[in-house]
Design a protein around this ligand. Structure first.
Ligand code: FES
Length: 110
């Protein structure tokens, strides 16, 4: 299921996600805290995860990753196909905690 939330927050209004604190991205490498406004790919890279990508804009599908639990949203609908149960980390943001299967093309960077 692809979820796209396009309604902007009102000035001074905290989103439900912000009120709950930073979203956690769970993987076999542990739980990684996301910063507000970061894409999943940004968070993974900031925590030293090596992630496959090319366009970083939802066009190529190279970053496609299984989304095991949780929800993400795409500020702009991606052009690449996103099958149910997967996400494009380069262009989506977590909505609360998510769990990713990083066994597909990602490893901690050394
Ligand atoms: S890197 Fe191209 S869709 Fe994510």
């Amino acid at each position: 299921m692809r979820e796209c939330l396009l309604a902007p927050a009102q000035p001074g209004q905290r989103s439900e996600d912000e009120a709950r604190g930073p979203a956690l991205i769970h993987s076999r490498h542990g739980a990684l805290a996301a910063r507000p406004g970061e894409t999943l790919l940004d968070t993974l890279e900031r925590h030293g995860q090596r992630v496959e990508f090319q366009c970083r804009s939802g066009y190529c599908g190279a970053c496609r990753t299984p989304l095991l639990a949780g929800r993400v949203h795409y500020p702009e609908p991606p052009l690449a196909f996103v099958p149910p149960g997967q996400c494009l980390p380069c262009c989506c943001h977590p909505q609360g905690n998510v769990s990713l299967d990083l066994a597909h093309g990602t490893e901690p960077s050394s």
